[in-house]
Write a protein that binds this ligand. Structure first.
Ligand SMILES: [Zn+2]
Length: 454
């Protein structure tokens, strides 16, 4: 049994409330009560704005090693991808465990309590499976545990090297061989061997999900195996969709259909699904995604860094697609920045302000993100939910001047990851006073883990 007294907290239906007593037994909240000035029990004080822990719905942990390196050169998404393959080729289970632990610790410092890791680096060099063919995936699960956050391991099916401009399938080659399984059925057999239970759980803080890497990497005939696997476990199903114009062109040449249409025909778009990016989608694609209540995950810092473009977030949300957020390439790890960039991107594209409210953006970063990762019982400060919450300081140079009425706007539009003061996950302290409890020097851990890859 633990209790906290939050100076200010963002509560479902009630909005921002002061003096909120938060009570937990084990890993669950038992009561959340506003306007409690003098709690009867001794409580930990939370100074600032307390909100549900943030869900980072799309991450590739190892891309963190590219930060700064790929920004030093010109190029396109495709030249960036060559750098990414070079790092992918150097990782092994030990170095990946060290790197991912440090990256997830950085996420915790940014208030992230749950990560969706879109995992495709499965095998050893040349595509040789490890003795345990899920060794890399297990390293990621262990890394999340060491960093104190929840993980949904979105195991990605990745079978072909891409679609040529004329639509021909290309074989896996070079570092891509590490991503591949023989076919959809072989992917499903390996994913089964992760050892998940009937509800997709991999342990107390870990759940499994499926991913179709993209229409570039999975032929349509192989998609039903991945879809069926996700249905069997009631698990999330994620896919990269229309990140690049070239992907659309090749997909149209190959299948006379857009990526969203190809995925729809394979039964891959539904309420447990997430279309990641959805940057270059057509009006018909928007109807297809929204009509299926398929989540869309926007990753605006990566989409800007890779020169992808600005996706139609508002149109997708209006069509029925719940919005989630991801740090994707981890060029930046700051979910608050991802949230505000969705709105700011719309402003730049339309020359009008006010497309998403701070509440909508905050919901994307919390409840909706968790739902898309299969953690429906996380993402809200309410009795019965997981005791996962972040407190953001309102007395830093960036947040000073925030009022009770507009503190959420101050945080979403002005705060940064550096303003995160504390993070509790499952009732346990992960960050206190801006410092990670389990990984004492996150910067040193990152430096060491990245240095061995260069
Ligand atoms: Zn991605």
């Amino acid at each position: 049994m633990r209790t906290w007294l939050a100076e200010l907290a963002w509560l479902p239906a009630l909005g921002l409330r002061a003096d909120v007593l938060i009570e937990a037994a084990g890993d669950r909240l038992t009561a959340v009560t506003p306007d409690v000035q003098e709690p009867a029990v001794t409580s930990t004080r939370l100074r600032g704005l307390t909100m549900p822990g943030l869900a980072n719905a799309h991450s590739h942990a190892f891309h963190r090693a590219l930060r700064g390196v790929t920004q030093a050169s010109r190029g396109t998404f495709w030249t960036w991808r060559e750098h990414m393959y070079e790092v992918a080729d150097r990782l092994d289970p030990d170095s990946y465990l060290a790197l991912a632990t440090a990256v997830y610790a950085e996420m915790a410092l940014a208030g992230v309590s749950c990560v969706g890791e879109f995992h495709y680096l499965h095998h050893g060099q040349g595509g040789k499976p490890y003795a345990d063919p899920n060794e890399m995936g297990r390293a990621l699960i262990e890394a999340a545990s060491r960093a104190g956050i929840r993980i949904t391991l979105l195991d990605a099916c990745y079978l072909s090297g891409g679609l040529a401009a004329d639509g021909r399938q290309q074989p896996l080659e070079g570092p891509q061989l590490r991503f591949g399984d023989a076919d959809g059925a072989a992917w499903a057999a390996r994913a089964d061997a992760l050892g998940l239970d009937a509800a997709g759980s991999l342990g107390p803080g870990a759940r499994a999900g499926a991913a179709i890497h993209s229409v570039r990497a999975v032929p349509p005939a192989q998609m039903p195996d991945v879809v069926a696997w996700s249905h069997r476990y009631g698990a999330p199903l994620h896919a990269h969709v229309s990140e690049q114009v070239a992907e659309n062109r090749a997909c149209l040449a190959a299948y006379r259909a857009t990526p969203a249409e190809v995925l729809s025909r394979a039964g891959a778009l539904g309420p447990r699904s997430t279309a990641v990016h959805a940057t270059h989608v057509t009006g018909a694609d928007i109807e297809l995604l929204g009509g299926g209540r398929c989540h869309v995950c926007f990753c605006p810092t990566t989409e800007a860094d890779l020169a992808d473009g600005i996706g139609p977030a508002r149109a997708l949300a209006d069509a029925g697609s719940p919005l989630t957020l991801g740090s994707d390439s981890n060029a930046v790890i700051d979910l608050l920045e991802e949230a505000r960039r969705v709105e700011l991107g719309e402003r730049l594209a339309t020359q009008e302000r006010g497309h998403f409210t701070a509440v909508e953006l905050g919901t994307a970063a919390t409840a909706t993100g968790h739902a898309s990762l299969g953690w429906a019982e996380a993402g809200e400060l309410a009795a019965g939910a997981f005791a996962d919450f972040v407190t953001i300081a309102l007395d830093t140079p960036r947040t000073a001047g925030a009022t009770t009425a507009t503190a959420l706007e101050s945080v979403i539009f002005g705060a940064s990851a550096a303003d995160v003061r504390s993070l509790v996950v499952g009732g346990r302290d992960v960050v206190t006073g801006g410092r990670h409890v389990l990984v004492p020097d996150v910067a040193a851990a990152l430096s060491a883990a990245i240095a061995v890859l260069r």
